[in-house]
Ligand binder design. Structure first.
Ligand code: 5GP
Ligand code: ZN
Length: 116
């Protein structure tokens, strides 16, 4: 299911353009419009889910799939040796701005401000 007002649903269905680096029947991965590091890709499910809080038991396989897609993309984008992060912001304290579940794959430069 998709939300007609959601920017990431529109990217997933190619109603608006993005630099897509990977897609399959469950997920789409595309370059962030405002990259924070040299490799900054967003991995999103095709299914509209507002964020981590919207996940249920039914999405267990989907989240595992996203983690493996992230690992594969990290290899393809050449960041496995130096390292990378996979981050999902959920809610206002975490700074979530787009309310369609997404995971930031970040790499390609040392990340300052180690939070955890
Ligand atoms: P959040 O702050 O919700 O964790 O992350 C949202 C991310 O989506 C931000 O890093 C922002 O740059 C990115 N973003 C917002 N709108 C667009 C867009 O239209 N296209 C692309 N490629 N990225 C977007
Ligand atoms: Zn959506």
């Amino acid at each position: 299911m998709s939300d007609p007002n959601c920017i990431f649903c529109k990217i997933a269905s190619k109603q608006i353009p993005a630099f897509i680096v990977y897609e399959d029947e469950q997920v789409v991965a595309f370059k962030d419009i405002s990259p924070q590091v040299p490799v900054h890709v967003l991995i999103v499910p095709r299914l509209h889910l507002a964020g981590l809080d919207a996940l249920t038991e039914a999405h267990r396989e989907l989240v595992g799939h996203i983690a493996l897609v992230a690992q594969q993309l990290a290899k393809e984008l050449g960041v496995t040796t130096r390292g990378y992060r996979l981050v999902a912001n959920c809610g206002p304290d975490a700074g979530q701005t787009v309310f369609h579940l997404h995971f930031h794959l970040l790499g390609g430069a040392p990340m300052a401000g180690k939070m955890v």
